[in-house]
Design a protein around this ligand. Structure first.
Ligand code: AMP
Ligand code: GLY
Length: 427
């Protein structure tokens, strides 16, 4: 079949790499893609948010399967638009409807979904300009720290954890009265702070059945020891050592299954990935957030552990035939370390030549993120530039291989965390 993948990050390079290995993949297109995706398919020159161009390309290139990588087109309704197109009646799509994508697009929507379906999550209340004063009173009695969340998509920046009341009142006012996050923050979810360790759990669902994918742990902070500013993700590991069978059983029965049942009960059209951002509090899993897509850089460790043909399971997902489908998983550890531009996540420069991209060997892979072709060279074109992934029997061995590779890849201003996976062994 002909496949179109939307997106341009390391996640999309990893997906393109895996899709292109399938016997079912005739032609693979990526829009807009990056220098890495062009090694496995044909990059098309439009963005994942250009819906008319996407519709046109699906018709022109006789696309059979469309996979939406990032959340923004999903939250803006790309799936509904394509489904409404008569000429695309047979197109298989991986991604939820606009309504179902509100599980990521609106924190208030997700919280009310979880409450309605008894899914463990932090207790919360939502406020807007209309009940602003009530919100201030609520904050006064709220234990510290206080978690404030902009309701809508805010490019990963919409969550503020306030350590004192002065900060909480100020941020609350900035969000609601002064549009700190634009319209996304005009509604604010005030949430109980949960203490524990986070992990990312992924499923593919056809709306009725689900396939559990390998779980992962992502390292979001820029600095070693999980310090400094939040980023899109500086590295990831899979499997997660503390996610043992007993814990994962709880994740299934208390979180995944009630979520799929809730999707059915609420009549949501959901055929695609669900990313559960979880926190383990004591021995219990709680949902921090839902995402309606795969994680990045988690995909760069999840996909390399997947032995099953990806096109086959995506086809089964879109056709609502996941029942009885089994996933074969590589039992080894996968790790990835992201090399980023100097200055990221603040301002940084782009356009520097990247060397060492040919150094991946058996058991290692380089997935490009912010990297584009410039003549014969590949140059930096974003904050997160490349991901150095490795597979090995031991976590420490995989981490050493990832680190060696991240060290060998070079561009001006390169930075990477040397302590990914630090909690899980003497390093
Ligand atoms: P989110 O955008 O909802 O994933 O939140 C970003 C980050 O804020 C999460 O990865 C957590 O580290 C943290 N966070 C969000 N909500 C909570 C909470 N209720 N308790 C503790 N930490 C939280
Ligand atoms: N790595 C976190 C995310 O993709 O949102």
């Amino acid at each position: 079949m002909n496949i179109l993948l939307l997106g341009s990050g390391g996640r999309e390079h990893a997906l393109a790499w895996k899709l292109s290995q399938s016997n079912h993949c005739s032609k693979l297109f990526i829009a807009p893609g990056n220098a890495g995706t062009s090694l496995h398919g044909i990059n098309l020159p439009f963005t994942a948010n250009d819906f008319p161009a996407i519709e046109k390309a699906c018709i022109e290139y006789e696309i059979n399967l469309l996979i939406v990588g990032p959340e923004e087109p999903l939250v803006k309704g790309v799936v509904d638009i394509l489904k409404a197109n008569e000429q695309l009646r047979d197109l298989l799509i991986i991604g939820p409807s606009q309504e179902a994508a509100q599980l990521e697009g609106s924190k208030a929507y997700a919280k009310s979904f979880m409450q309605r379906h008894n899914i463990p999550t932090a207790s919360y209340k939502e406020f807007t300009a209309e009940n602003f004063e009530e919100g201030v009173e609520f904050l006064k009695d709220h234990p510290l720290p206080i978690v404030l969340k902009a309701d809508g998509l805010a490019a990963g920046k919409g969550v503020i954890i306030c350590q004192n009341y002065v900060e909480a009142f100020a941020e609350f006012e900035l969000m609601i009265q002064r549009s700190k996050f634009g319209d996304a923050g005009k509604k604010v979810v005030v949430e109980e702070f949960l203490t524990g360790i986070e992990l990312s759990v992924f499923v593919l669902t056809d709306g009725k059945n689900y396939l559990l994918l390998p779980e992962a742990k992502d390292y979001k902070r820029i600095g070693e020891g999980d310090t400094g500013l939040n980023t899109g993700g500086m590295g990831a590991i899979s499997p997660v050592p503390f996610a043992d069978d007993a814990f994962m059983q709880k994740v299934k029965t208390k979180i995944i299954e009630p979520t799929i049942a809730g999707i059915q009960r609420d009549n949501l059209d959901y055929k695609g990935f669900i990313f559960f951002g979880l926190i383990k509090v004591g021995d219990e899993p709680f949902v921090i957030e839902y995402n309606c897509r795969m994680g990045d850089p988690e995909t760069e460790v999840v996909i390399p552990r997947m032995k099953t043909d990806l096109v086959e399971i995506l086809q089964a997902t879109a056709q609502q035939k996941l029942e009885g489908v089994h996933l074969e998983i590589d039992s080894r550890f996968a790790t990835t370390i992201v090399a980023v531009s100097g200055g990221y996540p603040n301002e940084y420069k782009s356009g520097f030549a990247i060397s060492g991209l040919n150094l991946a060997e058996e058991g290692t892979m380089i997935f490009y993120a912010g990297a584009k072709k410039d003549g014969n060279q590949v140059v930096t074109a974003g904050g997160r530039v490349v991901c150095a992934t490795a597979l090995a029997d031991e976590l420490s061995e995989a981490l050493d291989k990832s680190k060696e590779l991240a060290e060998a890849i070079n561009f001006e201003g390169k930075y990477f965390r040397k302590d990914i996976g630090f909690e899980f062994g003497p390093r």
